[in-house]
Write a protein that binds this ligand. Structure first.
Ligand code: IFM
Length: 454
């Protein structure tokens, strides 16, 4: 058995997001978000639930910081709720909303936990939807206002900021496929939405730097290496297309200041861009989007094995039997983390990288005393941390790892049916109980090392 030691300053963390844990829907002047509204739409949430109470973190945040201290976590990735801070999306700031995060940040720092704040983890104020949400360029200025107000208040204590979480999900699942809020199914909205997200990111980077001494500013992308399902030309071509639309559509503008030409052609062929034109891209936008950042947040859950569909369009088709997939239907493929990290470094050269999310949804049955034995999560953690370690050895500037998630929470369109937490949450009593994986992670953090179990 070999112990694989991490760098001395490696940050071990856990991650959550406001909408998924806070609850307190109308508390302290908070406005509704698009997810509060989306959850009221028939059939939008698998179990008919909503995030109004979620984990009640809004009232139990002290207890949740104690959980992190028990784990020995050095960092916590959270998001602020735009609807709590600016209930109308722009304009008036809700001081009570900022007060909530003020107290939370102070308590985290007092516990020796470094806060990493993401400004937009999908919960845009519902008031902005009337103008088109992210499909409208007007939303860009609203987001910058919110970023300014939030960093002005918290920037004296919080150094690490991310603008958006997983813009692909917002644009594609929200505006094209309709699985996420606001539930639109209009492919013509997805690319403008993605562009406005990126533009608001670029504009906010400077604003955040003005408000935060010694700031570390980045953005968080969901990444997945594309795997051709077979060695046929068709499947290889489909994998290239998937990579263009999923990974490079965001990485290229951020690091190279341009959208990938092959992916533009693919979109145009699918009729999503009339004549290949992108009228939503205005002069100067690409320079703004590619404003240098301090770190890239990489969310990694799985590779994507891709088959060619009827028009050659990419179709995800896992390479392993169904029984081996997670509750989300995702393949466990730790090697993909090393692959994507190496590729990002080689192709884009970010200064620093954090794995800002990585985790697994399992059936997680509790026994009579609420105890959860989750050996598959422990195996997942071990194999992915070893994959991250291999990347560090190969020269990737990986500075930390945030497990998704601290605790079971509101998993968007799946409601409370998918559990990713290190801590089990009983959604009747709201009691938190460490799963066996929480004990394992705690030991790994204390050792600053992971054994390969051999
Ligand atoms: O729960 C989500 C999170 O909000 C964004 N990344 C993926 C997680 C699991 O689906």
């Amino acid at each position: 058995m070999t112990m694989h030691r991490f760098p001395e300053d490696f940050l071990w963390g856990v991650a959550t997001s406001a909408q998924q844990i806070e609850g307190g829907r109308n508390a302290g002047g908070r406005g509704d978000s698009i997810w509060d509204w989306h959850a009221t739409q028939k059939g939008a949430i698998e179990d008919g639930s909503d995030p109004s109470r979620a984990c009640d973190h809004y009232n139990r945040w002290r207890e949740d910081i104690d959980l992190m201290s028990w784990l020995g976590a050095g960092a916590y990735r959270l998001s602020t709720s735009w609807s709590r801070i600016m209930p109308e999306g722009r304009g008036a700031v809700n001081e009570a909303g900022l007060d909530f995060y003020d107290k939370l940040v102070d308590a985290l720092l007092a516990a020796g936990i470094v806060p990493f704040i993401t400004l937009n983890h999908w919960d845009m104020p519902h008031a902005l939807l009337g103008e088109g949400g992210w499909a409208s360029r007007e939303t860009v200025a609203a987001f910058v206002e919110y970023a300014a107000a939030t960093t002005e208040r918290l920037g004296d204590r919080v150094r690490h900021w991310a603008t958006h979480n997983e813009p692909w999900c917002i644009a594609t699942l929200g505006y094209e496929e309709g699985h996420h809020a606001p539930g639109h199914t209009n492919p013509a909205e997805a690319l403008p939405a993605a562009h406005h997200l990126l533009l608001s990111h670029g504009l906010s980077v400077d604003v955040i730097r003005r408000n935060v001494p010694d700031a570390e500013v980045g953005i968080v992308l969901n990444t997945s290496p594309a795997w051709a399902h077979s060695d046929t030309d068709e499947d290889r071509e489909a994998a290239r297309r998937f990579d263009g639309l999923f990974n490079r559509w965001f990485l290229d503008p951020l690091f190279r200041g341009e959208y990938p030409a092959d992916a533009i052609e693919d979109r145009a062929r699918r009729g999503h861009l009339k004549g290949g034109a992108m009228p939503f891209v205005q002069e100067g936008d690409m320079g703004t989007i590619s404003t240098p950042i301090d770190y890239l947040g990489v969310n990694y859950y799985s590779r994507t094995a891709v088959k060619a569909g009827p028009n050659g369009d990419p179709i995800g088709a896992p390479l392993v039997p169904k029984e081996e997939l997670t509750e989300m239907g995702w393949e466990v493929f730790p090697g993909g983390l090393t692959v994507i990290l190496l590729r990002i470094v080689e192709d884009y050269g970010p200064k620093n990288i954090y794995v800002t999310e990585n985790g697994i949804a399992l059936p997680d049955q509790a026994d009579g005393s609420g105890r959860v034995s989750d050996p598959r999560r422990i195996a997942f953690l071990r194999s992915h941390l070893l994959a991250a370690h291999r990347a560090i050895e190969a020269g990737v500037p990986l500075r930390g790892y945030f497990h998704w998630s601290l605790m079971d929470n509101f998993e968007w369109g799946h409601g409370y049916t998918k559990t990713f937490g290190l801590f089990r949450v009983d959604f009747d009593t709201l009691e938190r109980t460490p799963k066996e994986s929480a004990h394992w992670y705690r030991d790994a953090i204390a050792a600053n090392a992971v054994s390969d179990g051999q």
